[in-house]
Design a protein around this ligand. Structure first.
Ligand SMILES: O=C[C@H](O)COP(=O)(O)O
Length: 228
């Protein structure tokens, strides 16, 4: 029902790239529902391994069979609950790129790290691992800044706080590629229909990685409208 509402509500002149990131078991259904629409399919994770005996993992090649165009890598919940290190996240980004899937690399600091003044150090360390791993493919990444303290909490980073970090990430990308301006930088963490426009108005915030607010089609469509 959510996908139908999104498809019907997306204006014909929509200019924002839109993708739905679903758990792997729903990807076939999502692919079928979104066929012929302007909405892309994304996975919430991808294996770091190209192939082999890794029971339970979904390789990039397998995801590709279901029309997956993007894969989140390094979402803070994967880092926190599944022990994913910067090195593993970097391998996942590389594995996705190798099969033509665009990785959406998630970075972000915890509340403790922010309060310790470590935000810049943490996000730069997380992104550096990926930049180092993917080499010349840096310009093919999407990067999402998701402060851990803002995810699902209703506490959004202020537009100024988010922009400050996005500017750091943009500069880091610019040191690695001439095409840094083309790398979409998304903000995630309690983005909603009310605060999206102000966040998206910031110079280096190109889009959103929306969780809770995307579960209501009307709210998600409002955010998409703000991203034009
Ligand atoms: O996966 C989604 C992001 O982590 C943001 O979630 P949220 O918008 O519910 O805070």
């Amino acid at each position: 029902a959510l996908l139908q509402a999104l498809k019907q509500g997306l204006p014909a002149d929509n200019k924002a790239g839109v993708a739905v990131a679903a758990p792997a078991v729903y990807l076939a259904q999502i692919q079928a529902e979104l066929a012929g629409s302007a909405i892309d399919v994304a996975a919430q994770d991808v294996s770091q391994h190209e192939q082999g005996a890794f029971t339970g993992e979904n390789s990039a090649a397998m995801l590709k069979e279901f029309g997956v165009r993007y894969a989140l890598v390094g979402h803070s919940e994967r880092r926190q609950y599944h022990g994913e290190t910067d090195a593993v996240v970097a391998l996942k980004a590389q594995a996705a790129l190798a099969k033509g899937i665009t990785p959406i690399v998630c970075v972000g600091e915890t509340l403790q790290e922010r309060e310790a003044g470590q935000t810049e150090v943490v996000v730069k360390r997380q992104l550096a691992a990926v930049i180092h791993q993917v080499g010349l493919c840096v310009s093919e990444l999407v990067v999402a800044y998701e402060p851990v303290w803002a995810i699902g909490t209703g506490k959004t980073a202020s537009p100024e706080q988010a922009q400050e970090v996005h500017a750091v990430l943009r500069a880091q990308l610019a040191a690695a590629t001439e095409k840094a301006g083309r790398v979409p930088l998304l903000y995630g963490g309690s983005m909603n229909a009310v605060n999206a426009a102000q966040l998206l108005a910031q110079a280096d915030i190109d889009g959103g990685l929306v969780g809770g607010a995307a579960l209501k089609a009307a709210d998600f469509l409002t955010i998409i409208a703000a991203a034009q």
